[in-house]
Design a protein around this ligand. Structure first.
Ligand SMILES: [Zn+2]
Ligand SMILES: [Zn+2]
Length: 150
């Protein structure tokens, strides 16, 4: 994780979204947003809090939870509900899926446009209407594979 500064585009985007939602972009919210955007690797609220504490020692974990929930509602970030994982947050809002390493629990983005556009099996319509699809792929990442000698 780096502490790279946000680019102007990201900053404009969150300013505009907060303004439209009538939410004040406080210093804390902005700092949490910065941390989220520079993480780029599905951080948990705890990860963000830990990193933030280096710059803002008084920031409370509850503030981080609440702010991330707000970001999720505003569509700035997406809360992921993955099996075997704590609540993680994703700033990649493009349609994508996730590969989860069952050993190190790393979460990688997976793009599969063919899957996204494939017609769904007919029997699904008897169950209900699909609004989104998200695949959770489980296995071992290449680093863990090497370590296990497989
Ligand atoms: Zn792994
Ligand atoms: Zn993702």
């Amino acid at each position: 994780m780096t502490n790279a500064e946000l680019n102007d585009q990201d900053l404009d985007q969150i300013r505009r979204i907060c303004e439209e939602a009538g939410i004040k972009l406080t210093h804390q919210r902005l700092e949490i947003f910065k941390e989220l955007m520079t993480a780029r690797d599905h951080p948990s609220a705890e990860d963000i809090h830990r990193h933030l504490q280096k710059r803002m020692p008084t920031v409370a974990i509850d503030t981080v939870y609440r702010t991330l929930a707000t970001f999720d509602e505003l569509g700035i970030a997406r809360r992921l509900h993955l099996a075997n994982n704590r609540n993680l947050f994703d700033t990649n809002l493009a349609p994508h899926h996730h590969f989860i390493c069952d050993a190190c629990r790393k979460v990688e983005d997976v793009y599969w446009p063919d899957f996204d556009s494939t017609a769904l099996p007919e029997e699904i319509s008897a169950i209900g209407q699909v609004r989104s699809r998200h695949l959770e792929l489980h296995g071992l990442c290449t680093a863990c594979l090497e370590q296990s000698g497989e």
